[in-house]
Design a protein around this ligand. Structure first.
Ligand code: ADP
Length: 209
């Protein structure tokens, strides 16, 4: 079992930017958003089950999942939301564990935007939060996603508060400034995580002796 560092933060805080920086150090990255999309890709059993339950209205012409249609459907009827979670969570969990096991680096960086919202922080060795000033978060999100201030504010309001997220953090990267300023911080954390991972792995070996 690898040493797992969870990387989380609000929308537009800079998770992808920070993850790219860790990747340049050769760290294995497991991305929760990518997994969530892969498990419902065309041809996947989970997509067939969604299709059977909700019908053609949640499938696009090219055979892929119509996410907004599914979101609309489960938003208006909580038992459907529960059904979908019940279907997808074990598949996502299994796929995530498989990728953790396949990683051949001393630790894995698990990029997981909804870590705190889904109560997953207890499953990892370390929580790294990307933090950002709220006004900068708003403007970067609007710029990147081409959305209005109101839309960005709505998304942020639906996420866990900055205070709650920071309260769960073992480590914090402040990404309010120049992107270059995160490089030395990432380098330092990388060295620290290598040491933590080595010490946990040593304990594991001792346990099995
Ligand atoms: P997240 O993955 O947390 O949603 P991103 O890494 O995609 O956030 O960053 C959000 C947007 O802000 C992107 O367009 C990214 O290029 C930009 N960005 C990230 N960090 C900085 C920074 N330090 N300075 C300026 N722009 C940044």
């Amino acid at each position: 079992m690898s040493y797992i560092v969870a990387l989380t933060g609000g929308i537009g805080s800079g998770k992808s930017t920070v993850a790219e920086s860790f990747a340049r150090h050769g760290v294995s990255i497991v991305d929760a958003d990518i997994i969530a999309r892969q498990v419902v890709a065309p041809g996947e059993p989970a997509l067939k089950q969604l299709h059977q339950r909700f019908g053609h209205e949640i499938i696009l012409a090219d055979g892929s999942l119509n996410r907004p249609a599914l979101r609309e459907r489960i938003f208006s009827y909580p038992p459907d939301k529960e059904w979908v979670n019940h279907l997808l969570h074990p598949i996502i969990h299994a796929r995530t564990q498989q990728l953790f096991a396949q990683a051949d680096t001393p630790y894995v960086l698990w990029v997981v935007p909804l870590l705190i919202e889904n109560g997953l922080q207890t499953r990892v060795n370390r929580v790294l939060v990307v933090d950002i000033e709220p006004q900068i978060q708003l403007s970067r999100t609007m710029l990147r996603d081409g959305i209005s201030r109101q839309q960005a504010e709505n998304i942020i309001a639906a996420q866990v508060t900055r205070e709650k997220r920071l309260a769960c953090a073992d480590d914090i990267i402040d990404n309010s400034g120049d992107p270059k300023s995160i490089e030395p911080r990432v380098a330092l954390l990388h060295r620290r995580y290598l040491e933590f991972a080595a010490s946990v792995n040593r304990q594991d070996i001792a346990k099995h002796d």
